[in-house]
Design a protein around this ligand. Sequence first.
Ligand SMILES: Nc1ncnc2c1ncn2[C@@H]1O[C@H](COP(=O)(O)OP(=O)(O)OP(=O)(O)O)[C@@H](O)[C@H]1O
Ligand SMILES: [Mg+2]
Length: 149
Amino acid sequence: MQISSHSEEETLGLGMALARLVRPGMVVALHGDLGAGKTVLSRGVARGLGITEPVTSPTFTVVQEYRVPGGIWFYHLDMYRITDEQAALAFGIEDYLFAANAIALVEWPERIAGLLRTGAVVDITLIHAGEDRRWLELPDDIGARLARA
Ligand SMILES: Nc1ncnc2c1ncn2[C@@H]1O[C@H](COP(=O)(O)OP(=O)(O)OP(=O)(O)O)[C@@H](O)[C@H]1O
Ligand SMILES: [Mg+2]
């Protein structure tokens, strides 16, 4: 299903609501073009998890690790500069995906599609629909719960 957002703040709020639905061991795969709002949504998830550090795009660092209050981790990955799965494996991606004690969120997951084929992956796509308008396409069950939040 699709949910619309009319502002950066609204997408942040959707991310915060999403944080209440994700569990350790899950991977959120965030699809969408440059500037679609993937990092904004990620920032909302981090805030919703109780992370107070600023969340910046890990485009150059590939991964940023944040400690979540309560003892788990939030891994924010950006595969934009990862050319293929071999490069991701060489980087040690497997330590971040599906870690039992972490929630992983991946921007540009298409780069490592083969590595995401199994497991608890939630696919979310952000689509440009005008200057401040975006569509979030997401699984019905999660979408229904976000729409109610
Ligand atoms: N409804 C909206 N939701 C999210 N972002 C919005 C919205 N409206 C406008 N924006 C703007 O769009 C931009 C989204 O940037 P963001 O860094 O989140 O994109 P991204 O998908 O992570 O891109 P990249 O692939 O470069 O990492 C921000 O400048 C934000 O202010
Ligand atoms: Mg980004």
